[in-house]
Design a protein around this ligand. Sequence first.
Ligand code: IPE
Ligand code: IPE
Ligand code: MG
Length: 246
Amino acid sequence: MAPAPNPASAKAPRHVAIIMDGNGRWAKQRGRPRTFGHAEGVEALRRTVEAAGELGVQYLTVFGFSTENWRRPAEEVSALFDLLRLYVARDLDKLVKEGVRVRVIGEREGLQADIGQIIENAEAKTRFNDKLNLIIAFNYGGQDEIARATRRVVADVAAGKIKADDINPDTFGAYLDTAEWPAPDLLIRTSCEYRLSNFMLWQAAYTELVFTDTLWPDFDKRALENAIAEYNKRERRFGGTEAVAT
Ligand code: IPE
Ligand code: IPE
Ligand code: MG
């Protein structure tokens, strides 16, 4: 007999995106440096990747470093880069074994060479995995992504590969970093901030937004389940008059 469907996984949105925010405030509450909060944030990321897989999410996109985060003090920026190094060094084997495919979106130009290599290695080693797609937005900004895509469209128009008249949301979307994936169904932002901060500007056109007061280092499977339960109460209409099943 086929196993009974798991109700949680049956209702999990296909693509969940998360703005992991509040690490600094979490550390401040404890009288510790902001980087301590970022380190705990990595633990929350590990828990969340595991939980997303268990709940049957197919795509999990997380915002790790924005194109605007360069405005932070140099020591903090370098600590955030170190955490990407540490996360991949510690978890890549586990991700490979557990069927997680890792992809990184954002501007790669200008990143330190070893970061580029770490990203390429993680993508290559997990490329045949298909249980969960973990998409890490690193040095990512929605406006930067749209500008980079536009440069490529213009180059293709100049080369005669595409006609200007053929540019529409579908053809343009294929030039974005996220071309291969469906748009996020659910976007979660932690820590009581109610803005997109340049995340997924194009892709979030019809995404359901859930804001929570949990600070990112405290995020866990229960918090993800709560956000999914909130999502499941929403009626998605995509501009029409009837609910659309997704
Ligand atoms: C989010 O936490 C982590 C990143 C931006 C990488 P913050 O560092 O923004 O923490 P708060 O918002 O200052 O509390
Ligand atoms: C967004 O959080 C960026 C990431 C989570 C990586 P920020 O903390 O940088 O956003 P603002 O500055 O509060 O808008
Ligand atoms: Mg913040």
